[in-house]
Design a protein around this ligand. Structure first.
Ligand code: GUN
Ligand code: ZN
Length: 462
């Protein structure tokens, strides 16, 4: 972790301060002694210049160093944490979130595919992207790894809106050329790769935007498409391009993959065979994973997205964090909403669901470990742990401000909890809709629940 403060850039922008109780992780509590993994500043001050933290510490220790720092936002009865990171979700499913659906495969056919077919229309895609960002920002999410769908219009819409807020988004065209309706299917496999490559060249590393090669999951791509997708990923992996897909979500899906790819050892091996498993691969769900698959995911240093509310809603299966975090061969794990399989846009609310999923299997996920999965752990999953997910000098200045009095009842209830971890656990469990009070993206307060205009694009703010 970079800990020393950075010098002020004399030619840079004005200094900005954010003051209040602050919490950030410095190490992985699944693998190290919990109390050594985080820092809490009771009256903290984060100093920001040009979108990055240049200094963080107790207010009394830091303020004297910055004569020019007059613009300071102060938060009482709150906890400032790194902006939360959603490791897997589908913005294109916002219009059908909460649909009654039966099993995963029924739900995909009945609601998901018809909804995603509408994103050929750029105007529709723009409208959904606009609403979607308001949802995630109001919940304190500042970075997300997002599925678009087949159409280039769906990719442009999500990146364009992300650029307006200056959020860190990973997204890309979804590759899918079989086993789904013609309205959503890639009509030409080779062309689907060319369209992806053009979008990649347009969006990858433009500002904070990053591109992912996204085969939806093995059953909806022909072997040819998986082969070409793997080649595209391998050609661009060294410049930070991702691979993002679903893996081992539910038994009926795994059985289908076994029938479609009888020569492969297991589901992970299908992706690995086509060159899709590597350092910047992110695999969503991973509920039913064989030991040999975990070993591959560890050996290739992949990231795994834990999607508890979706897994409960779709009756998929249960993620086993103790398997993923086995100290002999740990795998990177981050939290995810998986909207629209997930039932809300809040990473923080997933933590209450993650607790219940683990309890069903006789494991209890504590507040330290679960908040880690929403912040630094999620950054690690995306291999961005030196860039986002921590409040420390050099990091991009993304923050969420957790309200420690979000309602009359919650405020009353929290007085009976002794320390901040107990309070956080209660808030995770209550799963209120308004736990987040304000959201900073690269140092700008793009969301403030109490402001007349709660949402502002980055360039509208000083
Ligand atoms: N597997 C393939 N597509 C999807 C999807 O859209 N949602 C979920 N939860 N699983 C999938
Ligand atoms: Zn998904």
């Amino acid at each position: 972790m970079k800990e020393r403060n950075l010098p002020i850039n004399p030619n840079g922008g004005a200094l900005k301060g954010v003051r209040g109780m602050m919490l950030t992780f410095i190490d992985d509590p699944f693998l190290r002694n919990t109390s050594e993994c985080y820092t809490i500043y009771n009256d903290g001050l984060a100093v920001i210049q040009d979108g990055r933290f240049i200094d963080v510490g107790e207010y009394a220790d830091v303020i004297g160093k910055y004569n020019d720092l007059t613009d300071i936002d102060v938060y009482d009865n709150s906890l400032i944490i790194p902006g939360m990171i959603d490791c897997h979700l589908h913005y294109v499913q916002s219009p059908m979130i909460g649909s009654y659906g039966g099993s995963l495969l029924e739900w995909l056919n009945t609601y998901t595919f018809p909804t995603e077919s509408k994103f050929k229309d750029k105007k529709f895609a723009d409208d959904v992207a606009r609403i979607f960002f308001r949802q995630i920002l109001s919940q304190g999410t500042t970075s997300a790894n997002i599925f678009a769908t087949t159409f280039a219009s769906s990719v442009d819409a999500i990146f364009e809106e992300s650029e307006r807020y200056n959020t860190r988004v990973i997204s890309g065209k979804v590759l899918q050329d079989r086993n789904l309706p013609d309205s959503l299917k890639d009509p030409d496999t080779e062309q689907s790769i060319i369209i992806s490559e053009n979008l990649m060249n347009k969006w990858h590393q433009r500002g904070r935007q990053l591109y992912a090669v996204i085969p939806r999951f093995a059953p909806t791509s022909t072997p040819d498409q998986l082969q070409l997708a793997g080649e595209l990923y391998q050609r661009n992996r060294d410049r930070g391009v991702y691979m993002h897909t679903h893996l081992d979500e539910v038994q009926s899906e795994i059985d289908w993959v076994t029938r479609l790819f009888p020569d492969r050892k297991n589901y992970t091996d299908v992706y690995d065979y086509y060159g899709l498993i590597d350092r910047t691969s992110v695999l969503a769900h991973c509920c039913i994973v064989r030991e040999e698959e975990w070993q591959t995911l560890h050996a290739k240093d992949c990231g795994v997205a834990h999607c508890p509310s979706s897994n409960l809603f779709l009756g998929d299966g249960e993620f086993k964090y103790w398997e993923a975090k086995n100290a002999q061969r740990p795998v990177r794990v981050g939290m995810a909403t998986d909207v629209g399989g997930g039932t809300n846009f809040s990473v923080f609310r997933q933590l209450g669901e993650a607790y219940k999923v683990a309890m069903l299997q006789d494991h209890s996920l504590d507040a330290v470990c679960s908040l880690y999965l929403a912040t630094r752990g999620a950054a690690q999953t995306l291999h961005l742990e030196n860039t986002i997910g921590s409040i420390a000098p050099g990091y991009e200045a993304d923050m969420a401000v957790i309200d420690l009095a979000p309602s009359e009842f919650a405020s009353w209830r929290l007085q009976f909890s002794d320390d901040i971890w107990q309070k956080l656990f209660v808030l995770m469990t209550l799963g209120l809709d308004n736990t987040n009070r304000a959201t900073y993206v690269a140092g700008k307060k793009v969301y403030d629940r109490r402001r007349e205009q709660p949402f502002e694009y980055a360039d509208q703010l000083k």
